[in-house]
Design a protein around this ligand. Structure first.
Ligand SMILES: O=C(O)CCC(=O)N[C@@H](CCC(=O)O)C(=O)O
Ligand SMILES: [Zn+2]
Length: 328
């Protein structure tokens, strides 16, 4: 296996490879571009016109998506997967990955869409570098552009795998995109309703990519749920630019929209939910979710509401949870 297929090991050890260009066992060109980042080009004559970005490790503690990307890269290196798309494969936040933490300084996934501008933190510099790498990759016109930014919510979920569609003015999610998510065993889709500074928002807004944040299933105690294998198989299909042959259940995806954000405004903030509450747990009208200073409180007003991403340990001014409701 070429050394470059050990991108994860190179990244975690902070090593720069001596040989920056190598070839996979099936003749795909592997090119190391920067720490944690590799470009793959199909053998001559096999390019099907798709530019695909797969990223993981924006949050360093989210181990399952890092393992998924690593296994795809190794399968490419061994020649088990035959790239027919151009690929940009990215381990985004090496310092946080080395420490196994969500973030070392700033949250990298709040610094895209140019929000790093003027910042001097390591994360601001990395967001700027990742944006430049993506811009160079998406430089060729008239090609399909997809980006899946793999995350893991680090808590159990009523919907084991779900995607977040960043808000872009006028963006319509195509039925092919939805079908592709369903084929990847994704159970739910949250549609954002305002701009944000996430990596997928950047590639969607700046490069018109079909971009999603993909929250993959948890694998507690190293048990590997079947839906992760289905996701892995779907990702292999994307890389090989083949239409999946498996019969997926169409229309199974539950769609949600954001109703309200719970925001931590002061040190007096408290989230009044059990620490282990599952994502997408129904929250009934009248339920008190959180309190902050000056009598500020979040009480459920919406019908059929569910809680998403509850997190007490966030910086002041940041999101501590989302109240989401079914789209229809
Ligand atoms: O926030 C959590 O509980 C962990 C999961 C996570 O990192 N989610 C992403 C969502 C990004 C998006 O809205 O597209 C994040 O918070 O950055
Ligand atoms: Zn994350």
């Amino acid at each position: 296996m070429p050394v470059l297929a050990q991108l994860l090991e190179l990244t975690l050890s902070g090593r720069e490879p001596d040989e920056k260009i190598q070839f996979s066992a099936s003749g795909a060109k592997l090119e190391w571009l920067a720490e944690g980042v590799m470009q793959v080009s199909p053998p001559q004559g096999q390019d099907k016109g798709l530019d695909l970005v797969l990223s993981a490790g924006v949050h360093g503690c989210e181990v399952v998506p890092i393992k998924l990307l690593d296994s795809l890269i190794k399968a490419i290196g061994r020649g088990e997967v035959h790239p027919r798309a151009r690929l940009l494969l990215m381990f985004c936040n090496p310092p946080a990955m080395r420490q196994g933490v969500r973030r070392v300084g700033q949250d990298l996934n709040r610094l895209f869409c140019g929000k790093h501008a003027g910042g001097e933190s390591d994360e601001a510099r990395r967001a700027s570098e990742l944006e430049a790498l993506v811009a160079a990759f998406f430089d060729e016109p008239d090609r399909r552009r997809w980006h899946y930014d793999l995350h893991s919510a680090m808590r159990a979920s009523k919907l084991p795998q779900f995607a977040i569609s960043p808000w872009v003015p006028g963006r319509e999610i195509t039925s092919e995109s939805l079908r592709r998510l369903e084929q990847a065993a994704v159970d739910g889709l949250l549609l954002q309703h305002k701009p944000s500074g996430t990596f997928s928002a950047h590639t969607a807004a700046r490069h018109q990519a079909e971009a999603f944040t993909l929250e993959v299933a948890e694998a507690p105690d190293d048990t590997w749920p079947a839906c992760l294998d289905e996701l892995l198989q779907a990702a292999r299909d994307w890389i090989e630019a083949v239409e999946p042959v498996r019969i997926g259940q169409s229309g199974s995806l539950m769609k949600f929209r954001l109703a309200r954000e719970i925001v931590k405004y002061s040190e007096h903030f408290s989230l009044l939910l059990p620490a282990d509450i599952e994502n997408f747990t129904p929250i009934p009208p009248g339920m008190l979710l959180a309190e902050d200073e000056n009598g500020l409180s979040w009480v459920v007003e919406e019908r059929d509401a569910r809680i998403l991403f509850p997190m007490m340990d966030v910086a002041i001014g940041e999101r501590a949870g989302l109240i989401v409701v079914p789209l229809d």
